[in-house]
Design a protein. Structure first.
Length: 363
């Protein structure tokens, strides 16, 4: 306790400066430049060639002390190692012979409930992606449908006017194209008013008038002299439109197709024309009740059947699914079917008016 004051003051004293760090640098000429490092850099000259050599200043950081490595254990003599190795080998050999070999046992299974990590098919991220895709698709479809509807509304009036102007000029190709546009537009708008039905009727008549054969049904069948030749000819002209102003034989018979009262006579035999259409039959009944048995309709040519052994008459078959009643006098006269007398023209006008009312009722 006598030197406590001196020990306390020693803690406030500065440590003594470290000893100077020597340097020994080799010059390019082979000489050696030696000395002590100082705080600043030095450029001493070589004693042999006089060339200056750059010397780094002294290190300002304290010198790190490397930890001491533990000493390795003392190595026993080789004789003792040989003896211990031989003893251990003998012990293992005796133990192997004495004890039976142990069977390898599987590792113990963990107790409790094991939760298996399975990949889920439906995840929140996938559900969000699917929902966004569905909403986006429905939105695009709605915009596209709205655009179609707006375009259809704008096309109805323009296409109908262009088609009617072409009909008045006798241009059935342009009329068929424009009225088809107008019909598709009213079908898209699901219109069933009188104007829409008129557009549909005029479209059918324009398409049929544009695709009518250049020659009539009689001229088509007269091109070949045999039934087989007429059948091939009908195959070539299949789906061609024909316009007929004729009378139905016994329209009150509900069974079987309607037989037209227009027998065709050729050198190879006799032909009859028939069509299986409820609309044509109903029109014939209406005409018969009105005192005029005529029916004015258009249909597509289907086939020619050879004569049967019973009556020996071949059959010209018209496609009843394509048949429709002609309801416009202007298109009828534009095709060249002009009446020569006023009485005939008035009868045709009354027939077309009656068929127009029937067509409106059938819809």
């Amino acid at each position: 306790m006598a030197n406590w004051l001196s020990r306390a003051t020693e803690g406030f004293r500065k440590p003594p400066p470290p000893p100077p760090e020597p340097y020994n640098v080799r010059c390019d000429c082979g000489g050696t430049v030696a000395g002590d490092r100082v705080v600043a850099a030095q450029r001493p000259s070589c004693s042999l060639c006089g060339r200056q050599v750059f010397i780094l200043p002294a290190n300002v950081y304290p010198v790190s002390v490397r930890p001491k490595k533990p000493k390795p254990p003392a190595v026993e003599s080789s004789v003792e190692d040989d003896e211990s190795t031989a003893t251990a080998t003998a012990t293992k050999r005796d133990r192997r012979h004495a004890e039976p070999a142990k069977k390898s046992t599987p590792p113990p299974e963990p107790k409790g409930i094991l939760l298996k990590s399975e990949t889920r098919l439906v995840t929140p991220f996938r559900a969000i992606v699917v929902a966004i895709t569905i909403v986006g698709s429905l939105t695009l479809w709605g915009l596209w449908q709205r655009s179609r509807v707006e375009s259809a509304k704008a096309n109805v009036l323009a296409a109908n006017e262009a088609g009617m102007r072409a009909l008045n000029e006798g241009d059935f190709a342009t009329a068929a194209r424009e009225l088809t546009r107008a019909r598709k537009a009213v079908d898209l708008l699901h219109r069933t008013d009188a104007e829409a039905n008129t557009i549909r009727r005029r479209c059918r008549e324009a398409v049929a008038g544009n695709e009518l054969s250049d020659t009539g049904l009689f001229e088509i069948l007269a091109e070949s002299g045999t039934v087989a030749g007429k059948s091939k000819l009908a195959t070539r002209h299949r789906d061609r439109w024909v316009l007929l102003d004729t009378v139905i034989i016994e329209p009150e018979q509900a069974n079987g197709p309607c037989v037209l009262d227009m027998p065709l006579l050729f050198d190879d035999g006799k032909y009859r024309v028939e069509i299986d259409s409820a609309l044509v039959r109903e029109a014939a009944l209406e005409a018969q009740a009105a005192g005029d048995a005529r029916v004015l309709f258009a249909a597509q040519l289907s086939e020619i059947r050879p004569p049967s052994d019973k009556d020996g008459i071949a059959t010209v078959v018209l496609n009843g699914k394509t048949a429709f009643l002609w309801t416009t006098l202007e298109t009828y006269t534009s095709l060249g079917y002009a009446e020569t007398r006023e009485e005939q023209l008035q009868a045709t006008r009354d027939l077309i008016t009656r068929q127009l009312e029937l067509s409106e009722t059938a819809k």
